[in-house]
Design a protein around this ligand. Sequence first.
Ligand code: UN1
Length: 509
Amino acid sequence: QPGTALPTTDDLRARALTSLGHIGVTVPEGTDLFARTPVTGERLLGLTAATAADADEALAATREAFLTWRTTPAPRRGELVRRLGELLRVYQNDLADLVTIEAGKIRSEALGEIQEMIDICDFAVGLSRQLYGRTIASERPGHRLAETWHPLGVVGVISAFNFPAAVWSWNTAVALVCGDTVVWKPSELTPLISLACDHLLARAAEEVGAPRDVHRLLLGDRAIGEKLVDDPRVALVSATGSTRMGREVGPRVAARFGRSLLELGGNNAAIVAPSADPDLAVQGIVFAAAGTAGQRCTTLRRLIVHRDIADSLVARLTAAYRKLPIGDPFDESTLVGPLISPAALDRMRGALDRARDQGGEVLVGGGRRLADAAPRAAYAEPAIVRVPEQTGVVREETFAPILYVLTYDTLDEAIALHNDVPQGLSSSIFTRDQREAEIFLSAEGSDCGIANVNIGTSGAEIGGAFGGEKETGGGRESGSDAWRAYMRSATNTINYSSRLSLAQNVSFL
Ligand code: UN1
């Protein structure tokens, strides 16, 4: 186990300032909002937040920049993103420090988050030469049909604390090569890493001669987010967060006929079949369920295990959970860092109480650690709860490390349980039976946007599209052809004959 000593808030503040100094960020000091660290639960720095007037000015500036950016050739737009990717490589350690300090991620996951940003930059640079439209056969002689993709406008990015930098980069790297400009409202919980990202992009823009206003950061509260949601200058609102937030954002953006791309809650499950490789399953499950202290939208929250192997698998999982090193995320031996806030710990405890009331049995975890060393922080023991049925709290996303275990007898039953929740982000099956795996991936299998075989639900690569169905919001970000959400298509009919021929055999004149 990592020791009970945690870094002091002064240490963490100094470390944050050192990283910000290396990156070159000037911190806008003030008292509007406070950078804090979940490592000790204490405040680091007071900052200035954006006002409504600042938001208005940022929207005007990014709209103005869009007018030149949209006609900049896409491969040249890619040069900006290439430079950003290079700078992310140079400052990977400093950026990861800020992620650990503000989001509490362990070192390896914080470095991984910055790696994910570098990866999406590489992807977007390639994409800048691959924004393909199709040529379509016309039914008329001497005609050609084409599909053309154009930049959309200003993209408003609203992001969450748990991937404070990577989710911004998925949106921003792709939006920029697509010819859009970006206004970003990050989580109020992670202002420092946001300042660092904005600074590096501004530096990249200056170095490659792109307009400064291709990107603007707005630190602030809900009112800033609402401005992005309601302002008609924002062509696309890409929002990551809770289903509750998405339920407000979606209809408001739709009411002004704007576009939204929603990446909301998950309630991700894994089916474990009798033929599953037990070692692989245990490792995959523990990372997916307890990694990032259960604070990924892709975190594994439900385990649907075949009755014949349930007891042995659960015994191995509880043994692995008992050994999980919980504590200082900077300590190389730690695997589980803090929850983002004491409120998150209260929600975790509330969920465990409700699970018990519903007949669930907490097999391991649920306790608080390091309460003496850091009374304002929230270190929780990841929990496994055996539940008799999929009711109440099991159907909800609690953003904490709780894994509910259910059992099944037939694959049909497992898939029905799997899909019978309101959310539809990520899913997986552990099996060595190819037929089972293919059924799970088929149209009558998992109803999620991400469906995996013999790997957990979290930790997707950037190359595929990321997002989910139902209450997860339906958006797709990151790789594959998710870029299309950031552009508008036009269908062109070109007549290169000297005759006017009408479609559908219509005759006129
Ligand atoms: C999120 O939690 O909002 O698949 C994003 C994953 C990461 C991204 C998670 N690549 O777990």
